[in-house]
Ligand binder design. Structure first.
Ligand SMILES: Cc1cc2nc3c(=O)[nH]c(=O)nc-3n(C[C@H](O)[C@H](O)[C@H](O)COP(=O)(O)OP(=O)(O)OC[C@H]3O[C@@H](n4cnc5c(N)ncnc54)[C@H](O)[C@@H]3O)c2cc1C
Length: 301
């Protein structure tokens, strides 16, 4: 049985939003369909009368530099992100996080916009973008506006961006500059089941021998993709030493809400993994900030 009746490929953002409005909640946005179609097939969400695909909208298949940001269109796949030299060198944690999603078949069609719109606490691309300070451009009944992405997550799989009325048109972040670096790491079962046991990303700005500022995102570590604000505050002004990184992991453990997922990992295991992996993640971001060199690691074949 068909999972939808009509499939639209609008050519403007305004047209996409108008189609959603016309269907009054019986149409929704689709990116690569790697989450959405499985959920409909498995009965976790209702069939739709129409799907709206943004990949034919001019400019939304591209990554461009604009007003000091790297801007990623809603139609951009994880593969395109992984192969983009600008993101590899100046948004390295995003390449590392998109580069471990599924296998090549998934990454060739799945989009970063779909990963963020799904709002899962452990979405890999979401964690990478959050650490970079990502913002999303949302188009809907109230017009087109940019939001810091952390403001849009409201619960597990729940976002203020209602894909039946609104679309994420673009995602943007300020690329890392002088004395800045970023890194992402995740722990996964060998035969991974779509989401990690734990994943984390860090963006670090150094000022000489001191960490000037740092952003850290961890997932799953809360009901929403989690920005470790207390850990970020702790790291600001500290020397970039292994002792600092170990203490940062303990601060993070105070602020996360870890839970046991039956198929992925226990809360206790996740705690140990934060203790081991967070210092390595921050250390890698610092190493890249110090050397000015960033070669993404762990990207899937
Ligand atoms: C085998 C397999 C392995 C996977 N492994 C991973 C993994 O390791 N890590 C991980 O994070 N994820 C993983 N996933 C999940 C999925 O592939 C990613 O989350 C992917 O980025 C989703 O993007 P998509 O374009 O396919 O989204 P879709 O499935 O098209 O959409 C997902 C949700 O976002 C909404 N949406 C899509 N585009 C927009 C838009 N522009 N504006 C507003 N709403 C929108 C849809 O309505 C839907 O609710 C895996 C999936 C599969 C099938």
């Amino acid at each position: 049985m068909a999972y939808w009746k009509d499939y639209y490929t609008p050519t403007t953002v305004e047209e996409a939003v108008a189609i959603l409005a016309r269907y009054e909640g019986k149409a929704c946005m689709i990116g690569g369909g790697t989450d959405l179609l499985l959920e409909i097939q498995q009965g976790h969400r209702p069939k739709m009368d129409a799907l709206v695909d943004p990949t034919r909208i001019e400019g939304l298949q591209e990554i461009v530099e604009e007003d000091g940001f790297l801007v990623i269109g809603a139609g951009v796949t994880h593969t395109t992100i992984v192969n983009d030299e600008r993101v590899r060198s100046r948004g390295t944690c995003l390449v590392e996080s998109c580069g471990v999603i599924g296998g090549p078949q998934v990454r060739n069609v799945a989009t970063l916009a779909g990963n963020i719109a799904h709002a899962l606490p452990a979405g890999d691309g979401t964690i990478g973008t959050l650490a970079l300070g990502g913002e999303i451009q949302v188009a809907g009944p109230d017009g087109i506006h940019w939001f810091p992405m952390e403001e849009t997550f409201i619960g597990p799989g729940k976002s203020t961006v209602d894909a039946k009325q609104m679309m994420i048109a673009r995602i943007r972040f300020r690329p890392t500059g002088d004395q800045e670096g970023s890194a992402f790491r995740r722990v996964m079962r060998p035969q991974g089941i779509a989401l990690p046991m734990i994943g984390m990303a860090a963006r670090v700005q150094l000022q000489g021998d001191v960490i000037e500022s740092c952003r850290i995102a961890i997932g799953p570590a809360s009901k929403v993709p989690f920005l470790a604000v207390e850990t970020m505050k702790f790291l600001a002004g500290q020397p970039p030493t292994s002792d600092t990184f170990a203490k940062a992991a303990e601060v993070a453990l105070e602020e996360v809400q870890l839970r046991t997922s039956p198929h992925r990992a226990s809360a206790e295991y996740r705690e140990e993994m934060i203790r081991v992996q967070l210092p390595k993640t921050v250390a890698k971001a610092v190493e890249r900030a110090q050397s000015g060199q960033a070669v993404p690691e762990g990207v899937g074949a």
